[in-house]
Design a protein around this ligand. Structure first.
Ligand code: ADP
Length: 269
């Protein structure tokens, strides 16, 4: 008696079909808007170093080239702008490949402590230039073996420590703290630099988001570093966490799984 009439049945089907189609259209529109915004952002970011290099070269062509000192200075600046452009294009390619899933991750066993020591060694000169001290804390009696993509985790540590130097004040300090428990190794990168305002904190992982655009560019940033870090850690089923106090400094942290030592077989039964 309470059965639905055929007409109502058809109506119901049509309605749910229309609803699904509407959703599909909405998603397509959102994707198109996202793509437009992305292209606008990229164009703007690419233009900045191109304009700068053009400016220096045109000034040289307009006569500055005759003065040896000015010539050297302007050529150096043009080269620096082209380096930024190169870095930007490389970061864009990396991010694009990660987002489209093209990039392959190669997991291997390695000790996180050794990797962090390598990163610090690479960045020591950069830190010394600003008189920033990097200190690394870990328990020497422990090992920090994990299975992860070594090159990509190198990139994560490099980006976080490099930011801790870049956004620090001259004479500041960076602390890298590596700890371990039964299942996870945790890495903390702590600086006592300028800090990040609370309203910016959740947005710094978005591509091209910077707290102070011009200052960050001046420091050689592409605005893509943390977006890449986030992707890499997601591919490791990990997450990046941040806490910051304006004027006091920031702490970025992430964890990776502890590589279980052969014990498994005996505990299996
Ligand atoms: P960038 O290439 O500009 O450094 P990132 O994606 O690495 O880009 O970082 C995004 C923004 O987050 C930076 O421009 C900067 O404003 C802010 N930021 C990142 N790390 C720190 C830090 N340790 N202290 C203060 N601000 C930071």
């Amino acid at each position: 008696r309470t059965s639905i009439s055929p007409l109502r049945k058809i109506n119901k089907t049509i309605n749910s079909y229309a609803l699904a189609k509407n959703k599909e259209i909405e998603t397509l529109q959102k994707n198109a808007a996202f793509r437009r915004e992305f292209i606008a952002d990229i164009s703007h970011e690419l233009k900045t170093p191109i304009f700068a290099a053009q400016g220096f070269i045109h000034t040289l062509l307009d006569g500055a080239v005759d003065d040896e000192e000015v010539r050297y200075k302007f050529l150096k600046r043009a080269a620096k702008s082209l380096n930024s452009l190169d870095k930007l294009v490389q970061d864009l390619l990396t991010l694009n490949q990660m987002e489209s899933g093209v990039i392959k991750f190669h997991f291997e066993k390695f000790d996180l402590k050794d990797l962090i020591l390598e990163v610090i060694e690479e960045l020591e000169q950069k830190a010394a230039k600003r008189d920033v001290l990097i200190r690394f804390f870990y328990d020497k009696s422990k090992t920090f073996v994990t299975t992860a993509d070594k090159d990509k985790i190198f990139r994560v540590c490099q980006n976080l420590i490099s930011n801790a130097i870049k956004y620090n004040h001259d004479g500041g300090e960076v602390e890298v703290i590596l700890q371990t428990n039964k299942s996870q190794h945790s890495v903390e990168v702590k600086d006592n630099g300028q800090g990040i305002p609370p309203e910016d904190l959740k947005r710094i992982f978005e591509r091209f988001y910077r707290v102070e655009k011009s200052r960050s560019r001046e420091k050689g940033g592409t605005g893509l570093g943390l977006a890449i870090v986030k992707h890499i850690l997601e591919a490791h089923h990990s997450k990046i966490a941040v806490s910051s106090t304006l004027g006091k400094g920031s702490i970025f942290s992430f964890s990776l799984p502890v590589e279980k030592e052969k014990k498994k077989e005996s505990s299996d039964k």
